[in-house]
Design a protein around this ligand. Structure first.
Ligand code: PLP
Length: 400
């Protein structure tokens, strides 16, 4: 299913705070901070020439985030970056001066940082990023995981020394519990979703993602005409769309927001014209996109710049994972986790539907940009869905 953006704000300029926080200048500051990390490298942008030819568009490129900072998803950029920013702010407040990121190695500063605790709810990837950020700077982390977070993803968080707190229910239940406990304990909540009165930190998380967008725009031979963006609470899609709009201005592409049909909170919010919480239903295979309430902050961006919202069946997401894993031409395989290939699945679904193609002006002149937002962040699940071993595939693919 696909529907055009019908919100009254559609086409309006982004809010001043989003322009300031999500534009190219902000992205450059994030990149500067990333460059302090020896492990940082731009992720590859790969051409899907065979896919473009089969679908009848001029080009398809996919920004491959499957190895970002060794954490397996683009989320590595958001939570960890926000933790570093918040710790710098807090130490600066205690010492009554600006503290540079390089000072985080200073033992005196580290002893102050060691007193701090950050917390968040997660489907898996955001918690891993927050835990990695806390581990890097030396503060404590408490990560709230719900019933549907797969064991492998929980273990990956625990490896960073974070405390894991189990919450019965789904992602939205974990968000509510994380908020309650962090407030009670005086911990800093580093959420990737926002709610009334809590926007500054999620905006920092989204700011972290913008470094990836600048990389993609620099790597592309020509700017895209269409971008398919998978969404959970919408933070990823909003960050990418805002940064591209602020970089390309009126030459901006069309943005199509892709959600699982079992957790389409942005799609439904667009239908009613305001952000709504939808009923939780059966879990979707796209576990990272299983969110039932949009981030308010993301909604503020997407209601202005998203061109269309679409839903996706689980089987289409699995087919896209397999297609990326087994390219029909000689290009290297791309390891896309359950939520990673959703953008490609969205493009394929639209190209099969003549009305959707016309609505979006997708034709032989279109240049499509996609994001593989995660690799095999749950290797067992990946093996089950593709019959391939991601460990063996990593050695086959080009090094990053
Ligand atoms: C791999 C992956 N893709 C996409 C998303 C969607 O991001 P958001 O919840 O900001 O919409 C997530 C969120 O966790 C993710 O982990």
């Amino acid at each position: 299913m696909i529907e055009a953006n019908r919100h009254a704000d559609y086409g309006k300029a982004l809010r001043a705070i989003d322009r300031e926080m999500l534009g190219p200048e902000a992205a450059a500051r994030v990149t500067q901070m990333l460059e302090l990390l020896p492990i940082h490298r731009a992720t590859p942008l790969r051409a899907l020439a065979d896919v473009a030819k089969t679908l009848g568009v001029q080009s398809v490129y996919i920004k491959d985030e499957s190895h970002r900072l060794g954490l397996g998803s683009f989320k590595a950029l958001g939570g960890a970056y926000a933790v570093v920013c918040l710790v710098l702010e807090e130490v600066g407040r205690l010492l009554k001066r600006n503290v540079a990121p390089s000072e985080l190695l200073d033992p005196e500063i580290r002893s102050l940082v060691a007193q701090m605790t950050v917390g968040c709810a997660t489907d898996g990837n955001h918690g891993r990023s927050v835990a990695a950020g806390a581990n890097l700077v030396g503060c404590k982390a408490s990560i709230f995981v719900h019933d549907n977070v797969n064991r492998e993803r929980v273990d990956a968080i625990a490896r960073f020394g974070a405390k894991l707190i189990h919450v019965p229910g789904n992602y939205d239940d974990a968000v509510a519990e994380a908020e309650r406990v962090c407030r009670l304990e005086g911990w800093t909540i580093v959420s990737d979703t926002s709610w009334p009165g809590y926007e500054r930190i999620p905006r920092l998380v989204m700011q972290g993602y913008t470094a990836m967008v600048t990389e993609a725009l620099t790597q592309l031979p020509k700017p895209p005409t269409h971008v398919f963006l998978q969404a959970g609470v919408g933070g990823f899609a909003a960050s990418v769309a805002a940064n591209i709009c602020l970089t390309l201005g009126t030459a901006r592409p069309k943005f199509i927001i892709v959600e699982p049909d079992r957790a389409a909170c942005l799609f439904e919010s667009n239908r009613v014209g305001k952000p709504i919480k939808i009923e939780a239903s059966e879990p979707t295979v796209m576990a990272m996109l299983e969110c039932y309430e949009p981030s308010l902050l993301a909604w503020g961006v997407l209601s202005r710049v998203a061109d269309a919202y679409m839903t996706l069946r689980d089987e289409d997401a699995i087919a896209a994972m397999n297609q990326l894993a087994r390219p029909r031409d000689s290009s290297a395989a791309i390891i896309a986790g359950e939520s990673g290939g959703a953008g490609l699945a969205g493009l394929i679904a639209v190209m099969r539907d003549a009305n959707a193609r016309t609505m979006l002006d997708l034709n032989a002149t279109s240049r499509v940009l996609l994001f593989n937002t995660e690799g095999a962040t749950a290797p067992e699940v990946y093996r089950k869905l593709t019959n391939l071993d991601p460990a063996e595939m990593t050695s086959m693919a080009d090094p990053i």
